[in-house]
Ligand binder design. Structure first.
Ligand code: ADP
Ligand code: MG
Length: 583
């Protein structure tokens, strides 16, 4: 929709009823936001914001956009008068920031408003002044193409609101961030902000977000940020979601989320779930309570996002939020991992800081060793990176560890902020698989698959008896077993964890464990985990080890295997120091 071509009209009642209306003007920064959005909608390439006394005395936004036609100037200040929306159907595919036709009316109602504008097709401009929403005068005026809106004495007639304004410094800060946010979302527009006669901020309009970033966050901070540029692969029926911008490396973080700046289709939004999806991409990279810097612009088809849900338009609703979270998280994770891989390895012990520690388990899917001889399991059972937003899967109970190597094809040596960890790969993997099975049972059942070719096993008479006793448990594990002859069975379906294994190999082992302890479905799951787990003697690649450690880290009880064996030995720095002091 091209705003410049459309005339301003009052929306029909039916459309007004469909708009999530409400008072959008809460504070001076809301005025700045609305006026900047109008300037952007008008196609401006330069926007200037001037503020006096935190906006209470004066707010002025000037642009070089299309301007307003003289005959429409008064209409622009009428409630529900807009050039951006005609019918309720248009709400589905909005490409403009504004659409309610309310901002100018709401702002003018609580201030003294002056507009000076010239439409670029008209020879002469016009100026209009309103006081508390009532027109004081309208005059022709010479002006360059564009619009200057001046708001004085904001909230002069709403003392309650005036009283609730925060300190001047706070309002200034809000205004600063409002302007800065738009400058970052629209690097091709030159923004300037003046507060009390002093220039606070200026962007060149050169089109490079990196340049604006350095202006907003500072050069040092900007240098700790990396570019994100990803388009979620187009699949039939899926919308194209692009994620672009910058995110901080783990070396740069803050104690609050206030440097997380998100835009959806050019609109600044505050979406806790989306910002959570972002912080999740940093899991294992930032300690609890630390949050990244991020400026991310998400672009998706307009009909995929409903902006008409909140009066200040700060919240949006996605047709499929999960898809958006995944796109964002994947894009960010990719660059963080690439950066972590490129970074020099931290100096063990002296490093220590979290920023030096990284875990790359988010790389999907983890590559496990696949050698014919010890291919005991299928990737399907291990690729369990929780993908998207939503609440955090589990609290971390094991610190972030960095894998240093493997000893004796049985133990993984890892380093964490608190010292050295020696991880038993077998016990750890049992714990991980057990947790996975528990999660599956809780979510509709343990994952199984029909065998393309059913397998026949011949069991000992004792195993055969036991099998009959534990039939229910085996069904719980997603087995489908049929008796075929005396002590002989056909396996038609088996848990996915056992993919790649032959029944003749896993059945006796499983039954052996079940014989020792097979009362509950949890026992059965533990037995299955034991059968499917990595064994000692398997050489693991770095990635596989890191992935195992990361999965262990996510388990609620990472310290012991389901059978009660230790998964790791921890040697704290103090332990080591103590150990080496001994004679
Ligand atoms: P909305 O932006 O939702 O349409 P507003 O009250 O903010 O509602 O603005 C009303 C109308 O005034 C807009 O639709 C637009 O046509 C016109 N307008 C407002 N500000 C500008 C501007 N800076 N440049 C050009 N036109 C503007
Ligand atoms: Mg508007």
């Amino acid at each position: 929709m091209s705003t410049e071509k459309m005339t301003i009209e009052v929306l029909p009642e039916t459309v007004i009823g469909r708009i999530a209306a409400g008072e959008a003007i809460e504070r001076p920064a809301s005025v700045v936001k609305e006026l900047i959005e109008n300037a952007i909608d008008a196609g401006a390439s330069a926007v200037q914001v001037e503020v006096e006394a935190g906006g209470a005395r004066l707010l002025r936004v000037s642009d070089n956009g299309a301007g307003i036609r003289r005959q429409e100037i008064q209409l622009a200040f009428k409630r529900h008068a807009t050039s951006k929306l005609r019918s309720a159907d248009d709400l589905q595919g909005l490409t403009t920031l504004g659409f309610r036709g309310e901002a100018l009316a709401s702002i003018a109602a609580v201030s003294r408003a002056t507009i000076l504008t010239r439409h670029r097709d008209e020879p002469m401009g016009v100026t209009l002044r309103l006081q508390g929403g009532a027109v004081e005068h309208e005059r022709p005026a010479g002006a360059p193409a564009g619009t200057v809106v001046t708001i004085e004495n904001l909230f002069f007639n709403t003392p309650a609101r005036l009283k609730f304004l925060k300190s001047e410094a706070t309002e200034k800060r809000h205004i600063h961030w409002t302007a800065a946010r738009y400058a970052m979302a629209y690097p091709q527009i030159a923004f300037a902000l003046k507060q009390d006669g002093r220039e606070r901020f200026r962007s060149s309009g050169g089109g490079q977000l990196a340049d604006v970033l350095a202006k907003v966050f500072g050069l040092k901070e900007a240098k700790c940020m990396v570019a994100v540029e990803a388009v979620e692969a187009r699949r039939p029926g899926r919308p194209r979601i692009a994620v672009a911008g910058f995110v901080s490396l783990p070396s740069l973080s803050r104690a609050s989320r206030d440097r997380i700046i998100l835009f959806v289709n050019g609109r600044a939004i505050q979406d806790p779930a989306l910002s959570h999806a972002l912080t999740q991409a940093y899991e294992g990279l930032l300690p609890a309570g630390a949050f990244p810097f991020a400026v991310l612009l998400l672009t998706m088809p307009p009909d995929f996002v409903d902006v008409n849900v909140h009066p200040t338009k700060a919240e949006v609703r996605f047709r499929d939020a999960q898809l958006v979270f995944v796109a964002l998280q994947r894009a960010v994770r990719e660059v963080l991992l690439a950066a972590a891989d490129a970074a020099p390895a931290p100096d063990p012990w002296t490093g220590g800081a979290f920023s030096d520690v990284y875990v790359d388990y988010q790389k999907a899917p983890p590559q496990w060793p696949r050698r014919p001889a010890d291919d005991l399991f299928d990737d399907a059972g291990l690729d369990e990176t929780p993908e998207a937003g939503g609440p955090p899967s589990r609290p971390r109970t094991l610190p972030v560890l960095r894998v240093l190597g493997q000893v004796g094809a049985a133990y993984i040596i890892a380093e964490g902020p608190a010292g050295l960890y020696l991880v038993d790969q077998n016990a750890a993997h049992e714990r991980v698989l057990f947790q996975k099975l528990c999660d599956e049972s809780a979510n509709g059942g343990i994952e199984g698959a029909q065998l393309a070719e059913s397998q026949t096993v011949l069991l000992s008479p004792e195993d055969s008896d036991l099998l009959a006793q534990v039939e229910n448990l085996l069904t719980h594990l997603s087995f489908e077993i049929e008796r075929f002859g005396p002590n002989s069975y056909v396996i038609r379906r088996r848990p996915t964890l056992l993919a790649g294994l032959q029944a003749a190999e896993f059945m006796p082992r499983l039954l052996e464990i079940l014989r020792r302890s097979a009362r509950t479905p949890a026992d059965a799951a533990a037995a299955l985990a034991a059968v499917a787990a990595l064994r000692r003697g398997q050489i693991l690649e770095q990635e596989a080890m890191q992935s195992l450690i990361a999965q262990l880290e996510r388990c609620p009880e990472p310290f012991v295997s389901p059978g009660g064996r230790k998964t790791f030995i921890h040697l704290s720095r103090e332990d080591l120091a103590e150990e080496f002091r001994r004679r």
